[in-house]
Design a protein around this ligand. Structure first.
Ligand SMILES: [Zn+2]
Length: 212
């Protein structure tokens, strides 16, 4: 079970790097086994392509090291992942990325308006968290609070935080978030204020259609 969790986290981190959601080993990924309360999280300071399962540490929900990785230390944003699991008992995975278009909007302190229907795949709403230094308790608490009403949020001048029911779902939400952010950015560039969101009821109606 925990071996699978480590594998999923490692594969998500590598996939995120390949797809451009993260560069140079930035961002971090985790998954929780709710039964044992243990969290598998990406280590910091190691090249993603060199990671092995033994490098992935396990943390408990107090932030203690239940099983160290063979190399490196747990992600510097471990506290943020743990706060998200404590606050959102319904989620099983957390992804934090510095994906460029979402981060550009985060620099402006501006939400990602749902300008395309893909927004339903991450729950439409994107909260924006204020400016806090990376790796701090303050950031962890503020980000977790922002997840009360949404599965995704932007961290000012920093990046995005995404939660989901599985590692796969969480990574997909992070990809859709970046995709809508990119389209929104392009639409703003072309048309400024004409880049309007899709009306809520249209999005909600679309969201009820099972995907084919
Ligand atoms: Zn970060």
């Amino acid at each position: 079970m925990l071996g699978n969790l480590k594998r999923e986290v490692l594969e998500a981190a590598v996939a995120a790097e390949i797809s451009g959601l993260c560069v140079h080993g930035t961002g971090n990924f985790s998954a929780i086994d709710r039964e044992s309360g243990l969290v598998a999280i990406t280590p910091s300071g190691l090249a993603r392509e060199s990671l092995t399962l033994e490098d992935v540490p396990l943390l408990d929900l107090r932030g203690g090291l239940a099983e160290p990785g063979k190399r490196g230390k747990p992600s510097s944003e471990s506290r943020m992942h743990i706060e998200a699991y404590l606050r959102r008992k319904d989620v099983a995975a957390v992804a934090h990325t510095h994906s460029p278009y979402a981060t550009a909007l985060a620099v402006l302190g501006r939400t990602i308006e749902p300008v395309t229907f893909e927004a339903v795949f991450y729950g439409i709403d994107v909260a924006v968290v204020g400016l806090f230094r990376p790796g701090t308790e303050e950031l962890a608490k503020a980000a977790a609070e922002a997840l009360d009403g949404s599965d995704v949020c932007l961290l000012k001048n920093h990046g995005a935080l995404v939660v989901g029911a599985s590692v796969e779902e969480t990574l997909l939400k992070a990809k859709h978030l970046e995709s809508v952010a990119r389209t929104y950015y392009l639409a703003l560039t072309l048309g400024g204020d004409a880049a309007r969101p899709i009306p809520r009821e249209e999005l909600e109606r679309y969201g009820q259609i099972p995907s084919s």
